[in-house]
Design a binder for this molecule. Structure first.
Ligand code: SF4
Length: 347
């Protein structure tokens, strides 16, 4: 039974609608990026707790009834989830979902790009933090840099027109590659997105002096390309977009130095079915229990709607207001509840 759509989707206490859902389809990953999974060992979510494709499909229908129009599939690394194209084709059947995107580290993309496109995926974002394989080895403990580049090229060949390239910029690691990465993206018709290093759960090595701010990134770019024009756009997307004199567009996600919580219409679903109101949120609503406990779609719609209406989260803003800003969670606290980890929340 399809959930009856709520006449007006819920808005939260800061008048923000729920229009965007990030779905983590697995907490597992085949990389160990320093800004997300720097530790040697990790505790994983129990397999039996992971939502099935049918359950995710049902949840998407429920969120569509609440006004969600955009779905982004994330992880961990979503392409590790077996037969992801089948899930994409299920979600693509929901007429209300106008946009479906995927965030991937690209390592497995070359083999799956065409099938994902055929299944109905609209957009792809690939994380690429360096053009130097030896740096990826050091930074993400992986020798598969070439696979990421092949994955990007396969996505282009598969017909994905809007491909974004995410780069987390860290001082002393890859801040000397910002311009080369922008060139790489420009040459391939990708839209580069430079992300400020965030103190989210899992970033146990985070420190403010490693953050390269939006202002610094723009100075770097202007230093080579001349004045950069800001694209003033309505909308709720996290990135601020800019254009070079030749029209090349790139973005900066400045969650650490210029948080954008006031325009955050995003909810998150962990791989085991916990609905989170904010990336920094401590607790969430356990949808798996409701799904497997016999609740009707209508009941689940009401539970989510009341949770959203009570939402006044602005995690990044609150972090930015802290005088002595350090890491969000120590390793013991992450071990105590793995859902605090970024890789279980879908970033
Ligand atoms: S910190 Fe929370 S409220 Fe702010 S933009 Fe991120 S998810 Fe939204």
């Amino acid at each position: 039974m399809i959930a009856p759509p709520l006449p007006n989707g819920p808005t939260d206490r800061l008048k923000r609608p729920l229009r965007n859902l990030r779905i983590s389809v697995t907490d597992r990953c085949n990389l160990r990026c320093r800004y997300c999974m720097p530790e040697a060992e990790y505790a994983w979510l129990p397999r039996e707790s992971i939502l099935t494709f049918e359950e995710i499909d049902r949840v998407v229908g429920i969120f569509a009834a609440l006004g969600v129009r955009k779905v982004r599939l994330t992880g961990g690394e979503p392409l590790l989830r077996h037969d992801l194209a089948t899930l994409v084709s299920l979600i693509a059947r929901h007429d209300a979902i106008a946009d479906m995107a995927l965030t991937t580290n690209g390592v497995l993309l070359a083999r799956q790009a065409a099938a994902l496109r055929t299944a109905g995926l609209r957009r792809v974002t690939v994380s690429l933090d360096t053009l130097r394989p030896e740096r990826m080895q050091e930074f993400a403990r992986s020798a598969r840099h070439a696979d990421v580049v092949s994955g990007i090229d396969a996505a282009r060949s598969a017909g994905f027109s809007s491909i974004k390239m995410n780069t987390v910029v860290i001082r002393g690691y890859n801040d000397d590659e910002v311009l080369d990465l922008l060139e790489f993206a420009r040459d391939r018709g990708l839209e580069a997105r430079f992300i400020e290093y965030m103190d989210v759960g899992g970033a146990t090595g985070w420190a403010m002096d490693q953050v390269v701010s939006q202002r610094e990134i723009l100075e770097l770019v202007a230093g080579r390309y001349g004045p950069v024009r800001e694209l003033r756009e309505a909308g709720w997307a996290p990135a601020q977009r800019f254009a070079l004199h030749d029209g090349t567009v790139f973005g900066v996600i400045a969650s650490t130095t210029a948080p954008f919580c006031r325009t955050c219409d995003r909810g998150r679903l962990t791989a085991d079915g916990t609905f989170l109101l904010c990336l920094y949120g401590e607790v969430g609503l356990d949808l798996r229990e409701l799904l497997r406990g016999g609740a009707s779609d209508g009941e689940i719609v009401e539970r989510i709607a009341s949770a959203w209406r009570a939402r006044n989260d602005r995690g990044a803003e609150e972090r930015a207001e802290l005088a002595d800003r350090g890491i969000l969670h120590r390793i013991e606290s992450l071990r105590a509840d793995t859902r605090r980890e970024m890789h279980t929340r879908g970033g």
